[in-house]
Write a protein that binds this ligand. Structure first.
Ligand code: ARG
Length: 276
């Protein structure tokens, strides 16, 4: 059931990974420039502010221990997909991130998730899957294979809608689209193929459409609990339109993590436990 904007948000449980070993040492998306360098201490400060914001909004945050040598592990959204307490594990497209799959699966098993599936097909977790009330939206094109959409559908028991990403800057679904509720989304149409734009228009005729400017600062990599929206500080047009719709907007500065191609949502895996 859709809850009206402005009603009390439902507390959520998030999994995050401190950027203790954050770096840009390789380039697997157009945002990453290994020669540009990063300020790790600054990345940690920005990440801690994000975590503290979630806590202040009433959410619960669990943390996975960061592993040395895995500089992208901070992007917890890629660590799996949890729906009704069932965990569909990640299998990364790049060799550099491959060890993160088992590391996250191990965390889930130790945390008591008994239904945790090691995937056969390449998929980068919630980076490419957005869980709605009736369906799961899933992307392919750069990372996650379409075969993983079917694998997830069978394992999780929810219909999956395949969408095609076409712009390399928006290589994960969560860089181009986020859920405002279980029934509504915001997205940047330019990131999708013409066919997928038609599918999105048919499913969400009243969706909030973002500008290229806001998409280009990873403004779509936002986290909305139905009331509060945590969004890149630079995405000002989208923030204004969210406020006009009645959402409480929390701009966050995450530009240091954006050097790796990630924003607020990338740092956040939603633990949709059976009772959530
Ligand atoms: N450097 C990481 C990669 O290219 C960034 C991942 C961002 N995560 C996300 N959920 N979009 O894989």
């Amino acid at each position: 059931m859709a809850r009206p904007v402005g009603s009390a948000p439902v507390p959520r449980h998030y999994l995050m990974c401190r950027p203790t070993h954050f770096a840009v040492e390789y380039a697997i998306n157009p945002w990453m420039d290994p020669d540009a360098g990063v300020d790790r201490a600054r990345a940690i400060r920005q990440w801690e502010r994000l975590r503290d914001l979630y806590l202040s909004l009433g959410h619960r945050v669990s943390e996975i221990t960061p592993v040395e040598g895995l500089p992208d592990m901070v992007f917890a959204a890629n660590g799996g997909l949890v729906v009704d307490g069932r965990v569909y594990g990640a299998r990364f497209a790049s060799a550099e991130r491959t060890p993160e799959g088992p590391a996250y699966l191990d965390w889930f098993r130790k945390a008591g998730y008994t239904e945790a599936r090691e995937p056969k097909h390449v998929n980068e977790g919630e980076g490419d899957f957005v869980t709605m009330d009736d369906v799961i939206l899933a992307a392919t094109g750069f990372r996650t294979e379409a075969a993983a959409h079917q694998e997830a559908e069978r394992f999780l028991g929810r219909p999956v809608v395949t969408l095609q990403l076409t712009d390399p800057r928006f290589y994960h679904l969560d860089t181009a689209l986020f859920a405002l509720s279980g029934e509504q989304v915001a997205y940047y149409p330019g990131a999708f193929s013409a066919g997928s734009r038609r599918v999105l228009r048919a499913l969400y005729p009243d969706a909030l459409l973002a500008t290229e400017e806001d998409a280009s600062v990873l403004g779509l990599n936002a986290v909305c609990d139905g009331h509060d929206v945590v969004i890149a500080a630079e995405a000002t047009d989208l923030a204004g339109r969210l406020r006009a719709l009645g959402y409480t907007v929390h701009p966050v500065e995450l530009d240091e993590l954006r050097r790796a191609g990630g924003g607020a949502k990338c740092c956040t895996l939603v633990l949709r436990d059976a009772d959530v």
